[in-house]
Ligand binder design. Structure first.
Ligand code: ZN
Length: 303
């Protein structure tokens, strides 16, 4: 049975009875909350407790952001506080994963490997340009999931006692790998809305709105559309225009806070739905709850 998951970064939604009733009605199984890019956007522990009380009809997942050195201890402390409360944790870096292995081995936590850990070179917006001169064999070895090889399989067998789900966006090459990953016992969570391509250490949205990092919570929930037009040229030490031929290969981007997403591949949507154990919808990508629910009803029907 496929599961339906809703990812929420605006926590006020999870405290709203009407929102919770509506997503229950359409068959949502899992609620995930947190932020994959920024620890300043995690809900404080009182809010987590309230979310837990309000959402006990759902499975709950805590999304843990990529932990840079400067705030690694804070992220670990947060993990310690939520680990026993939730059904699963989404991890985006090996440091946090290691912390969970060392500190919470007894909990046998369900872990989702977010796209900070599970990735492909396909997440590079201009990958088609980079691999143009390469053989299909070379391209395939870079574009498949980084988790889909013997070394990674044995790494995870040796180092963990957890149940893993792997999060994968809707892109053709990484989706091809999901059959192998399933064979190895991983569950597949499909991220239906966008492909996380980069996370900035310093929040560009805070800078754009001339705010201090941490005061940017509200503006960082807003979607900002951006397009690549120029790039840094290392040899000229200057910014140059991207050639139109390459520009055409690069999809437009969306920025939320310090995280940048590119559009996924619509032609791969059907295959993604087939392969998914969990279909994951992110509320940030919809103008309203109505729009999200309409999309879910269209896409989730019959799977
Ligand atoms: Zn921010």
């Amino acid at each position: 049975m496929k599961k339906l998951e809703i990812r929420v970064t605006d926590y006020s939604k999870l405290l709203d009875d009407e929102f919770l009733t509506r997503i229950k009605e359409i068959g949502v199984d899992v609620i995930s909350f947190g932020n994959e890019g920024c620890y300043l956007h995690l809900p404080d522990i009182d809010t987590v407790e309230t979310i837990m009380r309000k959402t006990d009809e759902f499975e709950r997942k805590a999304i843990i952001p990529v932990a840079f050195e400067s705030h690694f201890d804070k992220v670990c402390r947060y993990v310690d506080q939520v680990a026993e409360k939730v059904n699963a944790i989404v991890v985006n870096d090996y440091g946090t994963l290691r912390h969970i292995q060392d500190t919470h081995a007894d909990l046998n936590l369900n872990i989702s490997l977010g796209t900070g850990i599970s990735f492909s070179y396909e997440f590079t917006p201009w990958y088609a340009h980079i691999f143009e001169p390469e053989s299909s064999q070379i391209a395939d070895s870079f574009l498949r999931s980084n988790m889909d090889n013997e070394w990674m399989y044995s790494f995870f067998e040796r180092h963990t006692n957890n149940n893993f789900e792997i999060e994968i966006p809707v892109l053709p090459h990484i989706l091809n790998s999901s059959d192998n990953l399933k064979e190895k016992g991983y569950r597949i969570g499909i991220l239906l809305n966008g492909v996380l391509i980069t996370i900035a250490r310093a929040c560009p949205t805070a800078r754009y709105f001339k705010m201090m990092a941490g005061a940017c919570r509200e503006v960082c929930l807003k979607k900002i559309d951006v397009a690549f037009t120029h790039r840094w040229d290392f040899f000229k030490s200057d910014i140059i225009e991207i050639q139109p031929r390459v520009r055409e290969m690069i999809p437009d981007m969306k920025v939320f806070g310090n995280s940048m997403y590119m559009k996924n591949s619509e032609t791969s949507l059907e295959s993604a739905r087939q392969k998914a154990d969990t279909l994951i919808y992110d509320t940030r990508f919809y103008e309203s709850t109505d729009m999200m629910i309409t999309m879910i009803e269209e896409q989730f029907a019959g799977v």
